[in-house]
Design a protein around this ligand. Sequence first.
Ligand SMILES: Cc1ncc(COP(=O)(O)O)c(C=O)c1O
Length: 430
Amino acid sequence: MSKRQVSVDETAIIERARQVLPAGGFGNVTFDVVLSEGRGGHVWDESGNEYIDFLLGSGPMLVGHCHPDVTQAVQDQVAKGSTFFVNNAHGIDLAEAIVEAVPCAEKVRFVSTGSEATFYAMRVARAHTGRDKIIKFEGGFHGMSDYALMSMAPARPGNFPQATPDTAGIPAKVSDEILIAPFNDAETAVSLIREHKDELAGVIVEPLQRMIPPKAGFLQALRDATREHGVPLIFDEVVTGFRFAYGGAQEFYGVEPDLCALGKVIGGGYPLAAIAGRDKFMAVFDGAVAGPERTVKQIGTLSGNPVAAAAGLATLEVLRQPGAYETIFATGRALMEGLTASLAKHGIEGQVMGVPPMFDVVFKAGELTDYRATMGADMSMNKRFTAELLSRGILKGDNKFYVSLAHTDADVTQALAAFDEALGAIAADN
Ligand SMILES: Cc1ncc(COP(=O)(O)O)c(C=O)c1O
């Protein structure tokens, strides 16, 4: 399989990036590659190297790059104007499509990023309840806000429910507002909800946390306990929304939260995200209903941007076509099974975790049901695997494969051969 060649031009661009960007990049990935083009399930770099793309722009490109329907919808709107700040029909159509699809969605408020969506979902929960604290799960990722970056990847996990900030620059007091619970431990989570109910504004959870699936009954236990104690339950569906099923993880797992955060797929590759939920909670965005004490302030220059909304709508239309999810799941399943077989063939300790539209290999054996269990996993192996694949024409993030509707059987065949070669090279060195 051909090794990646980096041209003089791309090397020069990478060098220029070092002059003007901290660490030479946008902060998103650890490897140096400058992409210039994407079509279907493939992308090309500035040197002209072609890759099968399992990064998918970190998830939004579920129907593939430059899907003709999405491109057409975007071009039609761009020709008529790019942003207005007031309502536009595409944004209203997209909100209707979300309400129709997502079980908990009765109202929708648009923002531009997933980080904003989770940030505002937590604010909505606080405004609705008049309480401050939020339970989140250790290892869970909800974007970049001060409240979200708590115990996402603690090097030395403390005692539950003490939160550990994941970044410099967060005011010390914020840690006191977040209570950390162990994912998949319903008993501990429920007892924390019960114990803190009088100060608890909400519980936020990734329905499938990173690559760890919820144990049977875990999400339902959260649902039952939050309902019993009048605490809003927030699903972070930035990744899972419209990916696990048209109705997202809440449809896939059959558990309905009060609020959810959406992003990635609903913007069709453009900056658009949303908070969606039951009217009763979303009413805090409406000053006339909520009253001055409970109204949540929320304005955004690009909220509901018409180009992004047109792209999102066209994307959802593609996903509604018969067989779309069956195809994505079949592709993902074939990749997961092939990767599992190659790990076994080369005697590498590891397991493929996740669901077919989104998975990765975790280089550790045994049952991994929470963050602490995954801690001993060899992350350097993930970096090596990603690098080996990159050099063989496969692009992925360090911790995830995203599968698209545009990936073909030929892509699967080529990817499986690359997985096997890459793991063979790793095994030979170990
Ligand atoms: C579960 C989850 N929540 C929130 C976010 C933040 O979204 P964004 O990068 O659009 O701010 C991400 C991003 O990957 C995510 O995976």
